[in-house]
Design a protein around this ligand. Structure first.
Ligand SMILES: NC(=O)C1=CN([C@@H]2O[C@H](COP(=O)(O)OP(=O)(O)OC[C@H]3O[C@@H](n4cnc5c(N)ncnc54)[C@H](O)[C@@H]3O)[C@@H](O)[C@H]2O)C=CC1
Ligand SMILES: O=C([O-])CC(=O)C(=O)O
Length: 271
């Protein structure tokens, strides 16, 4: 006998950060009519234009009244711990974009403890990176080496310590200005290299993952190349991301990856 489909309630989504990524995620979700209710948006000061009827969240405790199912962070590394504890207490999941926060092992350990206490989950979307799913799966067997190269136009490195390492205005060719561990890369370049922490957490950790940061005057997008070898075989994946119009340091893919994560919470086919 045919049965009535079980109604799927809309997902209540709270967003921490109303910048380039946050706005783009909300715009894409609205365009796609994804079955999402915006339960609240956190920003440091009351934004002039929030989507109508969406509450401004001033403090992590405001999540209590917002009753979110999922909280997505796209703010900055200082936002991760305070909003994370509240989110993991009050919602099923907390998705992190500013993964450079995890360069401090204590932050991750404390958030994992909160998630364990409340039966919730910390979610790390692939963000601007490609191949993380395969790398994380490969890590079930021993990995020998993981290397991650990030190539961005000089303008994307302005306002970061890169400006003290190379003359960003006078580069004529691609220049490696940093080579080191993922912990150091994401720790020193938190606006540009969160993805190094994502690769590290998927694979062999923050200290063994090797990262190169490159400023390339010929680059038009934000490039990521991930290479790994291990018992699974070899992986070599490159992606060239279009930068977000409102923040050239961040890629469109970072927003798209969050849209996928959110939609996978509501659709019958998780992909
Ligand atoms: N995981 C990934 O693949 C990627 C991660 N990111 C990271 O995602 C974050 C957001 O990126 P964008 O939107 O491009 O940056 P953005 O600078 O355009 O926007 C961030 C917004 O969050 C706000 N904010 C910062 N701290 C806050 C706090 N404690 N509470 C409330 N609001 C706060 C800022 O005032 C700003 O309006 C950044 O940390 C960025 O480095 C960026 C690109 C890729
Ligand atoms: O968007 C990107 O290409 C990567 C990025 O900024 C980050 O990981 O912080």
């Amino acid at each position: 006998m045919p049965t009535e489909p079980v109604p799927r309630p809309p997902l209540r989504l709270a967003l921490v950060g109303w910048g380039a990524i946050g706005r783009r995620v909300v715009q894409l979700l609205a365009e796609r009519d994804a079955g999402i209710v915006l339960a609240g948006i956190a920003a440091r000061t009351r934004p002039a234009e929030l989507p109508s009827g969406v509450p401004w969240l001033q403090h992590p405790d405001d999540l209590g009244a917002a009753t979110p199912d999922l909280v997505v962070e796209a703010a900055g590394r200082d936002a991760v711990e305070p909003w994370g504890h509240a989110a993991l207490r009050l919602a099923r999941g907390f998705a992190v974009s500013s993964t450079s926060a995890f360069c401090d092992d204590g932050v991750l350990d404390r958030l994992v403890a909160t998630a364990e206490r409340h039966g919730s989950q910390i979610l790390i979307p692939p963000g601007a990176l490609a191949g993380v799913d395969a790398l994380a799966a490969a890590a079930a067997l021993p990995l020998d080496e993981v290397r991650h190269q990030i190539v961005k136009p000089p303008a994307a490195w302005r306002g970061t310590p890169a400006a003290g390492l190379v003359d960003l205005d006078r580069l004529t060719e691609a220049t490696v200005f940093f080579a080191g561990s993922a912990r150091e890369a994401a720790g020193r370049f938190p606006a540009n290299a969160n993805v190094a922490a994502i690769a590290a957490l998927a694979g062999i950790g923050l200290d063994r993952t090797r990262v190169e940061l490159v400023a390339d005057p010929k680059a038009v997008g934000n490039g990521h190349r991930l290479r790994a070898t291990g018992a699974f075989g070899t992986l070599d994946i490159a992606i060239e991301n279009r930068p977000l119009a409102t923040n050239p340091k961040s890629s469109e893919m970072a927003a798209l990856s969050l849209v996928r994560l959110v939609e996978n919470h509501v659709r019958p086919l998780c992909r």
